[in-house]
Design a protein around this ligand. Structure first.
Ligand SMILES: [Zn+2]
Length: 164
């Protein structure tokens, strides 16, 4: 993760200081502080009426070409469950309904830094998929045929979904 060198408000050079319990970059001219907070992400653990799991193969970084659960960044002003269903719709054209919250997680990724991940169980009744440019493929799989998922967080979410 790259950090700011100059103030985005007044363009002064930033300095490092210990503020609110952490080393942070701040602007000595206008007092702007660079608070680095996690980015919120929603993930959709999506099942069809046969209880098959939706798994997608990613066509972008991070985890390029990896099998995964669909999801993405929340937009400003969006409820987490709305963002979850929007991402599912954008990536697969599936119209889902949130069934339950599976869990809330933190992880660090090189590309974006700190992420706060909210995972929902989503149910779809019509499972005809049209993928967008973010995916190579997507499909519903019964438990014994799910492609190998190697993203630790997504494995965790699948495990937690089984418990709930
Ligand atoms: Zn400034």
């Amino acid at each position: 993760m790259k950090s700011y060198s100059f103030c985005p408000i007044c363009a002064n050079r930033l300095e490092q200081a210990f503020i609110d319990g952490r080393e942070r970059m701040f602007c000595p001219s206008c007092s702007w502080v660079h608070y680095v907070n996690p980015l919120p992400v929603a993930v959709a653990y999506t099942v069809n009426p046969k209880n098959e799991l939706l798994v997608i193969r990613r066509a972008h970084e991070p985890a390029f070409n990896e099998w995964a659960l669909p999801g993405g960044f929340l937009e400003t002003g969006e409820e987490p469950h709305e963002g979850c269903l929007r991402e599912l719709m954008e990536e697969t054209s599936l119209m889902g309904k949130v069934d339950s919250l599976i869990g809330v997680y933190h992880r660090d990724v090189e590309l974006y830094g700190s992420l706060l991940v909210v995972a929902y169980k989503v149910i779809v009744t019509n499972d005809a998929i049209t993928i967008n440019h973010e995916l190579f493929e997507a499909g519903f799989y019964p438990p014994h045929l799910i492609p190998e998922i190697r993203i630790p967080l997504h494995l965790q979410i699948i495990q937690d979904a089984a418990k709930s």
